[in-house]
Design a protein around this ligand. Sequence first.
Ligand code: ATP
Length: 448
Amino acid sequence: MTAQKNMEDIVSVAKRRGFIYPGSDVYGGLSGTWDYGPLGVALKRNIMQLWWAMFVDERDDMFGVDAAILMNQKVWQASGHVDTFVDPLVEDLETKQRFRADHLLKDAGFEVDGLSLEQLTALIRDNNVKSPAGNTLSEVRTFNMMFTTTVGPVANDAAISYLRPETAQGIFTNYKNVVDTFYPDLPFGLAQQGKAFRNEISPRDFIFRSREFEQMEIEYFVDPAKWEGSFEHWRQQVWKWTRALGLSDDTVHELEVPEEDRAHYSKRTIDFEYDFPIGREELLGLAYRTDFDLGNIQRVSGKNMEYTVKGTNEKFVPHVIEPSFGVERALMAVLTAAYTEDEVNGEKRIVMKFPEHLAPVKFAVSPLVRNKPELVAKAREVYDLLKKKYGAVMWDDNGNIGKRYRRQDEIGTPHCVVVDFDTLETDGLVSVRDRDTTEQRRVKPEEL
Ligand code: ATP
């Protein structure tokens, strides 16, 4: 269980130790944006690379793509985002502050799933629900979450474009390109990682709901008659993923989304939820999107999206299974699972128990003391050796050894290597301390 872990403690370590800072902090910030520091970017890349290795490199049926963020406005008209990518918005009539109506009502203890704008408005009115400042609220209306921009020097309607609110459409628009250049057998998938932007009405809960975030999405194209087998396959793959992140099975939950709450094009959706410190919330989604997207492209572009089964004349528009992963939510889950408070020699310590393959720093290397040149030289030698082998290795000679261990525990370094006088004078062995057990062993540097 992770419910007892406190969000503020995790945010505090993340900031104090250089994982994640509020965006534009020196200028007072920009709500819903976050900047990754040296350890945060390392952790984030490890997560993204793990995903790419698992779902692209290690498979025969997957292809990677990397589409432009700015796309032709027709993409978002055809996909339905221009008309329907909206959240319910309500305004504090005094302060003019705006909120997500469904979130306000949920926080006040009401069930809101599947309710229309009118029903949300009625709930607020009939129950006299107020804004967080205690003021009267407006009627509920819709708010489109896409960031609009214009492309080129003339700002007219034809120049309108959007910062993509999902990476999926950049995959669908390249389906035909990949089919025509690689002739893959069905089923096959396209994978993409990259930024997505949503003008969330009220970004909150650290990186959980940001305005700029990163997605890792797969569109897996299947024979419509065989979608169920592929859906089940991806369901199992999602579990493989959550385990690889180091999330224990009892903290991850499948929510079979009932028909009335599903997007209209989806015939089946499972939300995978995680026990975040803020509660059980969506980590990622798995949806059967039928031929909705390729069908839309075909209709609006006039280009044929049919797939011809090799060696036959059988043609159809493939159906799609979409596992959609959010990087920030994966990262927040990894931070949550890793955050541990325990006691070492009667002293409280904070330790981030990242799985070794995700840890931003694999080894920290120190000389026992920093004022003995021969110790420092030997430690440098060990550092260079490990740096060449593993890359993610940190030199740490600040403060005394106890302080160094505490610092390395807080950033989740699995192994601390110390070069001491015995290394020089007797056996040439270095001491290696294990982050989780704090036990120390003496080993040859080459065996690390
Ligand atoms: P929510 O209901 O929490 O707003 P969603 O159902 O709109 O999420 P999808 O459109 O299914 O989310 O997006 C796929 C994934 O992208 C989500 O499972 C999540 O991991 C991530 N994601 C979506 N919105 C955000 C956001 N504002 N900040 C961070 N990650 C996000």
